[in-house]
Design a binder for this molecule. Structure first.
Ligand code: DBV
Length: 260
């Protein structure tokens, strides 16, 4: 036995970030995925855990970005990007990318805490927004859940028009204040909404049947367009660049976060 070999972190290892506000959300998702027999998604060690420093010279803030990822029979890649930077930022960006051989949407969650407040986005996002065969079976089950939770959460305001092709009418979008009011809404509305969106998504995954080769090509084209959009417009690009450098950030966005 050699004592010099360090255990290599694996993408299925739990993300352990001290003080990270979104831990219960990722813990729930990892638990909910277990019946689907997840296997580790290959992620280079430089992206599994990356430390950095933010803030000013006088008041530096320790930053850590960690990545969790898995694949299942019907999900090509499920990954969580987790950022903990104390008062500067706390983020969980969680996306499930289905295999193109199943007619499934994406699951997307963007849970972001910044000094200006919380920003929350949750959706089951279409690969082919104008294709009713793809959207109708999802939207009819998603809309009642969206109504239930959006009505207790303030609207997040306008979102970029160019994002329109990539989100559903069940896009849950809110901005909440820091402090006890925001905390209560995260616990009593955002968390149960996250659980309900993911529960519906995993029901759709369980029910999904393989599609024809022709359909697979259509779905793949839609998925490529979605992933290219998300990579190009990633709103975290500036923040990650400041924390970890431009080169690492571009490799992370294109090679891990949006890698189709
Ligand atoms: N967003 C990501 C990834 C993140 C991430 C991979 C690793 O896609 C975090 C982290 N989102 C993140 C951060 C911010 C936002 C904002 C750090 C704040 C950026 C800032 O203010 O500096 C939903 N997320 C946003 C915004 C929207 C979304 C609309 C505001 C953008 C803005 O104000 O310019 N997420 C976004 C979206 C979809 C989604 C449109 C669906 C298509 O899932």
């Amino acid at each position: 036995m050699t004592s010099s070999a360090q255990p290599q972190p694996c993408s299925l290892d739990p993300v352990n970030l001290a003080g990270w506000r979104w831990a219960p959300f990722l813990e729930h998702a990892v638990e909910a995925l277990q019946p689907f027999e997840p296997v580790a998604y290959p992620i280079d060690a430089t992206f599994l855990r990356r430390e950095g420093v933010a803030g000013s010279k006088a008041q530096p803030v320790a930053v850590c970005t960690a990545t969790w990822g898995c694949g299942t029979e019907k999900l090509r890649q499920v990954r969580a990007a987790c950022v903990e930077a104390g008062s500067a930022a706390s983020v969980l960006n969680f996306v499930a990318n289905p295999c193109s051989g199943f007619d499934l949407p994406f699951f997307g969650a963007d849970l972001v805490t910044l000094p200006s407040g919380h920003l929350i986005a949750l959706d089951l996002q279409p690969a082919l927004k104008t294709d009713q065969r793809h959207t109708a079976p999802v939207w009819e089950r998603l809309l009642p859940i969206w109504e239930q939770w959006q009505k207790v959460l303030p609207s997040g305001g306008p979102i970029p028009a160019e994002a329109e092709p990539y989100f559903s009418p069940g896009f849950l979008w809110t901005r909440l204040p820091l402090g006890t009011d925001g905390d209560a809404l995260i616990e009593n509305a955002v968390f149960p909404a996250f659980v309900a969106y993911l529960d519906l998504y995993l029901q759709l995954v369980a029910e999904a049947q393989p599609v024809s080769d022709e359909r697979r090509q259509e779905l793949l084209a839609g998925q490529r367009s979605y992933v290219a959009y998300r990579a190009e417009k990633d709103p975290a690009r500036g923040m990650l660049g400041r924390f970890h450098g431009k080169e690492w950030t571009e490799a992370y966005i294109h090679g891990v976060l949006f890698d189709l």
